[in-house]
Design a protein around this ligand. Structure first.
Ligand SMILES: Nc1ncnc2c1ncn2[C@@H]1O[C@H](COP(=O)(O)OP(=O)(O)OP(=O)(O)O)[C@@H](O)[C@H]1O
Length: 473
């Protein structure tokens, strides 16, 4: 027999006959199930309003002279409005098949005739409970998926003239299968733009695979990008799909492409030129069916002049270049973004949304945001959690640190570390909130460099990335 799904919710028994109720309670107990008893439809409905049940076992006739089953049918109808998915087993008098059919039409999942056969009833209850359990699991999954989709569908905020010009270009090229190079400072939204271009493209049903090119050591480059066959090298215990293969039919986003070493650049160029690649340990060529979007915060043309980036690779990847303006050039977008973050933090932490004082708005407009939208997001999260009043003052923002735009050669230290450190004093952060704050501060201090931030916190790279993922940073 299939075991009962655990933990099983109690079964509600509705019957006007006290002897039937206690017999069913005993029987259910012997089956490992808890029962609650109702002597009338009204009592049953009152109990159902109070808590969740696993199943309803409902008699069809209440009151001595009634055999029509009307009361039972009305009960089923009311239960269906109250809890559309609660399994119901109707109990009918022996031989009243027509009523059983009506009960099933009204929304009961099954029926049993009185006097019932224990074995048969046990089987019916088990299968209904198991079905309900799998439905609940499917619903939970669907809800989680919807959340994930929503997370992937982050709003894109920006109506300043600079952003409108960019979005005009994006609209023109998003659906063409052309290779794109997105340039812009750290945190200006390159990844998010790449993602939304993918969603607007003909490949939106395919996968969007993002690879940080600065994070792959030379020795693992080919295996990461092109995959390997089992046994291709000592540690290759399993066949592994590379990023090109994972992105097949979709978009491959190569973030921080300026961080590729020269040997890695040569290997990438070879694939882009030939349109095919091989898994390590295999001679079978595979067609690279991906749309490539690359991003860089470095001046690749200058890198070409310095001999750090291959000119032919640059030509390959920048068929169309999209430049994201730094946040300080986006005028009032800063305020729209700030308000968006205040509202979403308030919703996430179930606190009332804070507002910005006029002086705070001016401070936001005047700051030069070297860490761009990411810095603004962190700043808004910090003040949502820590600012004392319902209105955020300019001093709460702690934007006094002189700041310089972030470029690879001049890593930035945007936020005020002193203010962040003080923020712990007297504030009641949960462990998770404190951990997030530490990670964000470390990232900010190291100009968004994850490896340095991980080292500063004494975390291994993978432990650090796990936390970034957990907190969706
Ligand atoms: N226009 C925008 N509207 C809303 N949110 C944005 C916008 N631009 C960026 N963001 C948010 O700011 C954060 C940083 O953006 P993103 O990671 O895309 O920047 P990036 O330029 O790729 O950064 P890096 O150079 O460090 O890789 C993300 O949380 C992103 O959702």
């Amino acid at each position: 027999m299939t075991p009962l799904p655990a933990p099983a919710l109690p079964v509600l028994v509705a019957d006007d006959d006290a002897a039937v109720r206690s017999a069913l309670r005993l029987f259910l107990k012997s089956e490992g199930l808890q029962a609650e008893l109702a002597a009338s439809p009204a009592e049953a409905l009152a109990l159902l309003r109070e808590r969740e049940y696993g199943l309803l076992l409902a008699d069809m006739n209440y009151g001595r002279d009634t055999t029509s089953g009307k009361e039972g049918l009305t009960l089923i109808e009311s239960v269906r409005t109250l809890d559309p998915q609660l399994p119901i087993i109707a109990m009918t008098a022996f031989g009243s098949v027509a009523l059983a059919v009506e009960a099933m039409r009204g929304g009961a999942q099954d029926f049993i005739e009185k006097p019932w056969d224990n074995q048969r009833l046990a089987t019916q209850i088990r299968s209904q409970l198991a079905l309900r359990d799998s439905q609940r699991r499917a619903q939970r999954l669907a809800a989680e998926n919807a959340l994930l989709m929503a997370a992937g569908d982050r709003p894109w905020i920006g109506s300043s003239p600079a952003m409108q010009t960019l979005m005009g270009r994006v609209a023109a090229v998003a659906s063409a299968d052309v290779t794109l190079l997105i340039t812009g400072e750290n945190g200006s939204g390159k990844s998010q733009l790449a993602h939304s271009i993918h969603r607007q493209s003909a490949r939106s049903d395919g996968t969007f695979i993002s690879v940080n090119m600065g994070a792959i050591p030379d020795t693992l480059f080919e295996s990461e990008m092109f995959g390997h066959e089992r046994g291709a090298f000592t540690d290759a215990k399993q066949t592994r799909l590379g990023r090109f293969e994972l992105a097949d039919g979709g978009t491959l986003f190569l973030d921080e492409i300026g961080n590729l070493s020269l040997p890695q650049q040569a290997k990438l160029l070879q694939v882009l030129e030939g349109g095919q690649y091989e898994r390590l340990g295999s001679v079978r060529p595979r067609h690279a069916n991906v749309r490539l979007i690359a991003a860089s915060n470095a001046d690749l043309t200058a890198m070409v002049e310095q001999g750090l980036f291959r000119r032919d690779l640059l030509y390959r990847i920048n068929s169309v270049q999209l430049h994201l303006p730094p946040l300080r050039e986006r005028g009032a977008d800063v305020l729209a973004l700030a308000e968006h973050y205040l509202a979403s933090h308030a919703a996430r932490y179930q606190r009332p949304a804070k507002t910005l004082s006029e002086a705070a708005r001016q401070a936001l407009l005047q700051h030069n945001w070297p860490g761009n939208v990411r810095e603004l997001a962190h700043c808004m999260e910090r003040v949502s959690l820590l600012a004392a009043g319902a209105q955020i003052q300019a001093s709460d923002l702690a934007l006094s640190t002189p700041s310089t735009p972030s470029t690879p050669s001049t890593p930035s230290m945007p936020a005020a570390p002193a203010a962040t450190a003080n923020a712990f004093d007297g504030s009641e952060l949960t462990l998770e909130e404190a951990e997030k704050l530490l990670i964000r501060t470390a990232l900010r201090r190291h100009g968004g460099n994850a490896l340095q931030a991980a080292q500063a916190l004494g975390l291994s790279r993978s432990a650090f990335y796990r936390r970034l993922e957990k907190y969706q940073l």
